[in-house]
Write a protein that binds this ligand. Structure first.
Ligand code: GRF
Length: 203
């Protein structure tokens, strides 16, 4: 599986992918890492692993559509089978999302459809839920709205603050993402007519 990773920041999910490949637990190759923030630590992680890293600043492009097009010109040149948004903090426009339906996934730190958008751990604490987690989903033009492929759940514990809850979720994000990528690499996941199928059964 040829994977392109889009990342805006720290890149711990990217690192989980690179580590799984290095340890032989994910039959894949990261063909490029792409960022909307030239200073993203994710780019350093890519270079350290010998993976091509690309970045551009949205400010240098007149519109979101123009930035998306420049980004995906670079992504497409790496010929990925799958594009993974792993902490990519910018909304992707319909023009690049729609033609890639079923080949573009995102990891989001909440149990979707709960807590879309930013500050999901703060949202979860404010709502007083007892369970929180992370979701991997196919990307559609609706922010964090595409169909879920897999989720990981964690308890919300008494005394949790945003940082404690975020750390508990992040520890589960990495194995969740690797498991989902393994399913995809094995051809077990299909996206058709807004429905996700795993091993032929609709989710
Ligand atoms: C993760 O919590 C991811 O779910 C969210 O942004 C964070 C990125 O972390 N979309 P990292 O850059 O992978 O360390």
């Amino acid at each position: 599986l040829r994977i392109a990773v889009l990342a805006s920041g720290r890149g711990s999910n990217l690192q989980a992918i690179l580590d799984a490949i290095a340890h032989g637990t994910l039959p894949a190759r990261v063909v490029g890492v792409f960022s909307d923030r030239p200073a993203a630590a994710a780019l350093e992680r890519a270079r350290a692993a010998g993976v091509p890293a690309w970045a551009a600043s949205p400010r240098e492009h007149p519109t979101r559509i123009a930035f998306d097009r420049a980004l995906f010109d670079a992504v497409d040149a790496a010929r990925p089978d799958l594009v993974v948004c792993a902490g990519y903090m910018r909304l992707l426009g319909e023009a690049v999302v729609t033609p890639r339906a079923g080949r573009l996934i995102n990891i989001h730190p909440s149990l979707l459809p709960a807590f879309k958008g930013l500050h999901t751990h703060r949202q979860a604490l404010a709502a007083g839920v007892s369970e929180h987690g992370a979701s991997v989903h196919f990307v559609t033009a609706e922010l964090d709205g595409g169909p879920v492929i897999a989720q990981a759940r964690v308890p919300v514990l008494p005394g949790d603050d945003e940082a404690a809850l975020a750390a508990r979720v992040l520890a589960r994000e990495h194995p969740l993402l690797i498991q989902t990528l393994n399913w995809i690499a094995a051809g077990r996941v299909r996206f058709h007519d807004r429905t996700v199928y795993v091993d032929g059964a609709p989710l």
